[in-house]
Design a protein around this ligand. Structure first.
Ligand code: GLU
Length: 631
């Protein structure tokens, strides 16, 4: 049953989405981590046989675990654990390495959300490093002179799309607060990777295809193009990926800390690049050095919901605003809890239909009410209220699909107080107008491909855990690379609604609404598993389904991650991975769903703590990830 929050404290046009899906299809045929059999400590095991994408990368060991989407990033984390660092140190090293080996997915030019379970404090802490709008941001900055929304591709490669980055600050704060190593030590593996000396990095199939697609459609600015398509020729799979400017930037951070990035020479270069994006794009943004200096992460307590499953009773701790993930996952699980889903076959119509309907109800409220709670009063209490959940659950017809996008409910009726906005404008009135036109001003559902973020997770021998989802939003973010600095700038501000007036309108210093959902699950009060995924809106579906697979259907974490997923948010359309049985797809269509089959939804990394204390790490077969552990 849902419980309220404990502590107060998305991507391009459909063509591009299709290309990316096609990319992933072949990318699955990658290599796992090569392990000599003699390298396994007693009791440890690893199956990295994800060739042909038929199985996850799975490893089991007692002394620690790292799972990420890239073998060399996982190695960087494992190395830190082997040298006595803890899970937070390892997570920082993984993040820096990912900036190098997957520069299109995350990095110091972006932001994200991080959960830490501190064994010493027996506490889960959230480090919110979501990008903020600069002070000069305006609510209508994504509209043209006629008041029309600037087309997405143009919007997302514009300096105005760049939010003040939080990733580096999060690494620094987390390591100072919970780590045991100097930040510089944790940057070192990434420095070596970026130099491509000693630790050579080659372009993999996914990166190659991302480069090709972004060169073709103009998604990469000129500086980034020089790195990823030198002389106009896109790097191809197997080519060396040398990033000397990035290596220099990482060396500066290694030697001088984060100061230069937030208030020194790198900050000046970031601000100049964003403002001067006119050199690259039609319009620049207005981020200043001051905006970077003002940036700080927020340390909060994650929200929680409980779920009583047939297999396990779990407490789900995940992110609160400015991501919608926690609230929507909480609502979905709470609606589904009442259906006792384990009475049905996991791949039956009865399960998929109810899940799809719960997703659609969750997204109706998400898209109506949620935004950065520093600026708007979001009805999270109502959304998770038992009676409200009951009311919403009753809407679901057991045999028939909704024939249109679900209407939001009235969660404010289920919580005390009146709605407030800190924005001076009459937001509610504006919201009503915007609803009437059916246009929330954000990316349309069909504009949302499966997302290009990354999730990674670490564990150590003391029992500390990290679950961190990190993003620069689109593949290669804004496409703008800071000249001579070698890192990409995010385009996270496109997660705001383009049209002013709703709870997710642009405001100075506000954080755009996210779907990111790094999660740590407890069972009987003890850490049980970590999970998270990229995928824009579908992050919510991926995480929810994995949690149901474990708690309701009793799957182990490998099975839970591998299980085919479905996605639905608005309208009647549903995406289903190929493993959903054909006859069930027919039944779903007959009930009024509009199902299309897609290759992959999400890309989860997870660690489960077994009864005997062993960690089982899983990297999703849907990309070429790697779970591994210290020897
Ligand atoms: N910008 C997205 C969000 O915060 C994450 C990027 C993605 O995975 O699509 O929800």
């Amino acid at each position: 049953m849902a419980s309220p929050d404990e502590g107060q404290t998305e991507d391009s046009d459909s063509e591009k989405a299709d290309r990316l899906t096609a990319t992933k299809r072949t990318f699955l045929q990658g290599t796992g981590v090569a392990l000599g059999a003699g390298a396994l400590p007693a009791g440890a095991s690893a199956t990295m046989n994800n060739s042909a994408g038929n199985s996850n990368s799975v490893a089991e060991a007692a002394g620690g675990m790292v799972s990420s989407v890239h073998e060399q990033a996982t190695e960087a984390g494992v190395e830190i654990l082997e040298n006595g660092g803890n899970a937070v140190d390892a997570a920082a090293a993984v993040q820096f390495a990912l900036n190098v080996v997957q520069p299109h997915s995350s990095g110091i030019g972006g932001g994200g959300f991080m959960l830490v379970y501190s064994a010493e404090e027996d506490e889960i802490i959230a480090i919110d490093n979501r990008e903020r709008a600069p002070l000069g941001a305006q609510s209508d900055m994504f509209l043209d002179e006629n008041g029309e929304e600037v087309p997405f591709l143009e919007r997302h490669t514009n300096g105005k799309a760049v939010g003040v980055p939080g990733t580096l600050k999060a690494a620094d704060v987390a390591v100072k607060r919970f780590g045991t190593r100097e930040l510089g030590r944790l940057v070192q593996p990434a420095v070596e990777l970026a130099r491509s000396g000693g630790r050579e990095v080659t372009v993999d199939e996914f990166l190659a295809s991302a480069i090709e697609a972004n060169v073709e459609d103009g998604g990469l600015g000129p500086t980034a193009k020089e790195v990823f398509a030198p002389g106009g020729d896109p790097l191809e799979e197997g080519d060396e990926l040398a990033q000397p400017d990035l290596a220099d930037t990482l060396r500066t951070i290694r030697d001088e800390g984060i100061g230069p990035f937030y208030k020194g020479e790198i900050a000046e270069d970031i601000a100049e690049t964003v403002q001067g994006a006119a050199r690259y794009r039609k319009k620049g943004g207005n981020m200043t050095v001051d905006d970077l200096g003002r940036y700080n992460v927020e340390i909060t307590r994650p929200m929680y919901v409980t779920y009583e499953g047939d297999a396990h009773d779990i407490t789900v701790r995940t992110m609160r605003s400015p991501t919608s993930g926690g609230y929507v996952i909480g609502q979905i699980l709470s609606i589904l809890e009442g259906f006792d889903l384990s009475q049905y076959d996991r791949r039956s119509f009865d399960v998929y239909h109810r899940m799809i309907e719960a997703f659609q109800l969750g997204f109706a409220d998400r898209n109506e009410y949620l935004g950065d709670e520093e600026f708007v009063d979001i009805p999270w209490q109502g959304i998770l209220d038992e009676d409200y959940i009951e009311e919403r659950r009753k809407i679901i017809d057991p045999k028939k699909a909704t024939d249109a996008t679900r209407e939001p409910g009235d969660p404010f009726a289920y919580q005390p107080g009146d709605q407030y906005y800190t924005s001076p404008r009459d937001v509610k009135a504006a919201q009503n107008v915007s609803n009437a036109s059916g246009n929330k001003g954000n990316k349309s559902d069909s504009e949302r491909p499966s997302g290009q973020t990354t999730h990674f997770t670490t564990a150590d021998s003391d029992g500390n855990l990290v679950s961190w989802t990190s993003t620069i939003e689109q593949l290669f973010g804004s496409g703008i690379m800071v000249p001579d600095r070698g890192f990409m700038l995010n385009n996270e501000l496109t997660d705001f609604d383009s049209e002013p007036g709703g709870p997710n309108e642009v405001q100075p210093e506000k954080r755009p609404l996210s779907s990111t959902s790094p999660t740590i699950v407890l069972r009987d009060g003890e850490p049980f598993l970590t999970v998270g995924s990229p995928g824009g809106w579908s992050i919510i579906h991926t995480v929810s389904q994995i949690l149901l697979n474990v708690a309701e259907f009793g799957m182990n974490i490998d099975e839970a991650v591998a299980e085919p997923r479905v996605y639905s948010a608005t309208g009647t359309w549903v995406q289903a991975e190929g493993g959903v049985p054909d006859d069930v797809v027919d039944e779903l269509n007959a009930a009024g769903h509009d199902v299309s089959t897609v290759e992959t939804i999400g890309n989860a990394q997870s660690i489960r703590v077994e009864e005997d204390g062993d960690y089982v790490g899983v990297a999703d077969k849907r990309r070429n990830g790697s779970a591994d552990y210290p020897r």
